[in-house]
Design a binder for this molecule. Structure first.
Ligand SMILES: Nc1ncnc2c1ncn2[C@@H]1O[C@H](COP(=O)(O)OP(=O)(O)OP(=O)(O)O)[C@@H](O)[C@H]1O
Ligand SMILES: [Mg+2]
Length: 379
């Protein structure tokens, strides 16, 4: 290990023999490690409470709280700290007990300095490895969150394009009509029409605005063409498992268990995997949001006549009868503006319709909700 890294080790020596501690600390300092010291198990814990340590080197036999007891406390409260125990020559049993209790390792006294130093470095190495792993996991979670956001945007894009397409027709009619009126104003019999200039100005305004609106709709339409749907052979189980991973963080935050119940021997289906994933994300995040802490969500996948059925079942709050009609409408949401756009189920229904499938909902207030999506095989 690099000397600069060794210098970073936060080390605590715990031993009731002040001389032993002092000598060890001096030798460690020569190697770049400024060790803290404590003379008892209690003092060790008090120090740790305010000064997090990477490695604790601790004698097992001490008056008052012994090393093993202190180790138990450390394991409970300071999960990131590694402990190396020092046992008497005849007390290897203590060492083994220590390892069982979560010590990094034990050395028997009298310790050989270089041996101890290399153990300390090994323990620190383990901590660094753990930290890197945690960072890697956090990085992966960030990427996954971004993916969800991107997929949502893609779905929003599809919707926006649909709206744009619909608006294009009336826009064309407005443009036509305004053009027709302009041409009428040029007619000879209207040469002396009162307030003709005002009419011309207003028509001009209409034409400029129509032009602007068309630019916007064209932009929106241009974006979708790039993401035309792609049909592929989809292993639905695998896709469901991947999607569960995508929302795992959300579920874990509320201690919600997500269980996949799948029939054996399901055949892959022909569909657009991205769109199926989008459906699953929407249903799953709705279920997670509706479910209280420690709730349960089940996903049941089974094959049907000519296709597949996916049910997402939660034991959450349920949907009031009067809302059941509205939940598939765009922008219908009971969530606060920051939390829901009200597009999840609308987009879900859009996609399912495109597949020629169905989506059904059964809900009981206070008991939970089941959304069932049926998708026919496209082959
Ligand atoms: N599993 C469920 N349990 C209870 N209510 C639900 C469930 N799924 C949907 N809802 C209700 O239906 C409404 C519409 O759902 P939808 O997914 O379309 O939008 P949203 O979740 O509010 O917002 P977002 O666009 O972010 O998904 C929700 O606001 C909620 O009231
Ligand atoms: Mg939703």
């Amino acid at each position: 290990m690099e000397p600069e890294l060794i210098r970073n080790i936060r080390l605590l020596l715990v031993d009731d023999e002040a001389d032993f501690r002092g000598t060890l600390a001096k030798r460690l300092l020569k190697r770049g490690i400024a060790a803290h010291q404590a003379g008892q198990g209690e003092a060790c814990l008090a120090l740790l409470a305010n000064h997090p340590m990477d490695v604790v080197v601790m004698d097992v036999k001490m008056p008052g709280m012994n090393g093993i007891d202190a180790l138990h406390h450390i394991r409970e409260r300071h999960t990131e700290t590694e402990v190396i125990l020092l046992t008497g020559h005849a007390d290897t049993r203590d060492g083994v007990e220590g390892i069982k209790a979560g010590a990094f390792d034990y050395l028997t006294k009298p310790v050989e300095f270089d041996h101890l130093l290399s153990k300390i470095i090994q323990a620190y190495d383990k901590i660094l490895g753990k930290k890197q792993k945690i960072e890697a996991v956090a990085y992966k979670a960030r990427i996954e969150q971004q993916m969800i956001a991107t997929e949502r945007l893609a779905a929003l894009g599809t919707l926006a394009a649909g709206v744009a397409h619909e608006i294009n027709n009336p826009l064309a009619i407005i443009k036509e009509a305004a053009g027709y009126l302009s041409s009428l104003l040029q007619k000879r019999e209207l040469t002396d029409m009162p307030r003709k200039a005002v009419f011309e100005k207003v028509l001009q305004k209409i034409e400029t605005s129509v032009k602007r609106a068309r630019i916007i709709t064209h932009q929106l339409l241009g974006n979708v063409r790039k993401s035309e749907s792609i049909l592929a052979e989809v292993d639905v189980i695998q896709l469901v498992e991947e999607t569960i991973q995508l929302v795992r963080r959300e579920a874990e935050d509320k201690d919600i268990a997500v269980a996949l119940q799948a029939a054996d021997g399901l055949k892959p289906i022909w569909a657009d995997p991205n769109q199926i994933r989008q459906i699953l994300i929407n249903l799953l995040s709705n279920a997670i949001q509706a479910t209280p802490e420690e709730g349960r969500i089940a996903i049941q996948v089974e094959s049907t006549d000519g296709g597949i059925s996916i049910a997402v079942i939660d034991n959450g709050a349920g949907i009031p009868k009067e809302n059941l009609e509205k939940i598939f409408e765009p922008f219908f949401s009971t969530k606060s503006p920051g939390e829901g756009t009200g597009l999840g189920l609308f987009v879900t229904r859009e996609i399912v319709d495109k597949f020629g499938g169905t989506v059904e909902v059964v809900s009981r207030m206070g008991h939970g909700t089941q959304f069932t999506v049926q998708i026919p095989n496209r082959r």
